[in-house]
Design a protein around this ligand. Sequence first.
Ligand code: C2O
Ligand code: CU
Ligand code: CU
Length: 476
Amino acid sequence: MISWLTLLFSFAWMTSVGAVPSPGNAGNHRAAPATEDTLKNPPVFVNQSSAPRTIEVSLSAAPARLALMPGKVTDAYAYNGTVPGPTLEAREGDRVIIHFKNNLPETTTIHWHGLHIPADMDGSPFYPVPPGGKKDYIFTIDSGTAGTFWYHPHPDVRTGYQIEKGLYGAIIVRPAHDPLPALPEKLLILSDNRFHRDGSIDIAIPHTPAAIVDEENGRDGNVMFVNGQVMPTIRIRSGEVQRWRVLNAGAARVYRLAIPGQTFLQVGSDGGLFEHPIEVKEILLANSERVELLVRGTGAPGRVTVLQALPYDRYMPQTRPDDWNHPRDLLALQYTDQTPTTPVALPRTLRKVPALDTSKATVRRVLVLSQGMINQRTMDMNRVDVSARLGATEIWSIENVVGMDHPFHLHGFQFQLLDRNGVPERDRCWKDTVNVPKHETVRFIVRFDAHPGKWMFHCHILDHEDHGMMGILEIK
Ligand code: C2O
Ligand code: CU
Ligand code: CU
C-alpha cells in the first residue's frame, strides 16, 4: 500500500522545516524538554456492564472547586469531578446507557453533539433535568458513524454559562475496522476561558458593557487550554506519525490551527473519516467542530515547535478585540533525541463516503442568519420553524447576511456540504456544524432517515444560541 503519501516523507521534505515559532500568548512559556508527554488525556468512563456490545456508565454534573489555572482555585462545574469530563469511548453498534444525576443547583441536560440518536435522548431543552433529578440516556450507535463527538449541557438559555463553568467532554466512536494503521493517538480538547485575579471564572454581569460585547462577539477567553491544561507538551519522534483528534469546545473562538514548518494530513471531520487524506497547512476549526489529523514528525530530533492558534477575524469591526491579531501558543511539540524512524505507509483510501443524491432532494430551504436571529426570529420553544417529512432529502442554504461569522449546527443528522458561495465543495465528508463566514452562503444536503421528533438548529456561538439564535425542526 505504498502511495503518493509515502513520498511526502522524502529526505528533502524532512529537512525543509525549521521555522521558529512566533512569540506566543502572554503568560505561556516555552516548555522545557520533557521525558514524557505532559498533555494528559481526560479519564475514560469505566464501563459497568459485562454484557457484549454494551457501555453502561454513571455521570454526574456538580459544583467543584478545581485548580483550573495554575496556582488558583476556581469554583467550577464538573462532570464526575473533572474538567474536561471523562471521555466516552464506544464502538459502532454499541448500546450506550448513561445514568445521569444532576447535582447542580440548576436545571441542565446532556446533549450528545453529533450523534444520530432518538430525539428524546438528545438532551435538547425539551428534556430538562431539574436540580437533584436523574435521567437515563440510552441509545445505540449506528454502524458507519465512527468519529469524534462531544457532550455538553443544553438547557434553555444557560448552555453557555454551564459549558464555560467546565461542563464538556469528548466522545470517541471507533469503527469495526479502522482503515488507518495503529498509530499513537492523542485527544486534544481545545477551549479558552477568562478569569478574575482571584481565580473565579469571569462571566460578565448581564447588561454591562462587557456583557454586551460578549453577546455580540461570543465570549472569548485569554487563557488557552488543551484538555484543561495550559501549554502542555506532546513528544514525537522524528519520522513518527501520530493521530490527533481535535475538538473545539470553546464558547466562540474559531481556531486557525497551524504548526510552523509543518503540514497536517487531515483525515476526518465532524462525522468521521474522509475518503482520502488531504494535506493542509492550516485547519480552521469553529466552535463545536472536530477534525482528525495525522501529525508527521517531519522535524529533526531535538527540535521544539508549537501548535498555534493563528489570528482569525470572525468579528464585527466595532467589537473586534484589540488582541485578535496575536497568534496564541496552545501546545509544545517536542521532538525526542531518538534517531528518525521510518514513517509508516498510509492508505490512500480511508473509506467510502457515499454522496447524498441531490436529484432526490424534495425540499429546498433558505435560512438567513442575521445578528442574533434566524429568518428574522429568535427561538421560541412553542413554535416549529421547519417541518420536514421522515425520510426526506433536503437542501438547506444557510445565508449569513451580517459582518461576522456564525457556525451553524444541526442536531441529530450529519450533512454533506454542497458548495460555499456557489463554489462546489471538493472533498465530500460528514458534518454537523459548518462555519458560515461573514456575508457568505453555504449549502448542504441532508437526509432525515430516522428519528422523528423535534430537533434544534442554531448558531454554536454559545452567547448567540442562548440569546435565541436557534430554531426548531420537527420531523414526522
Ligand atoms: Cu453542541 Cu445544540 O449543540
Ligand atoms: Cu448538537
Ligand atoms: Cu452566531
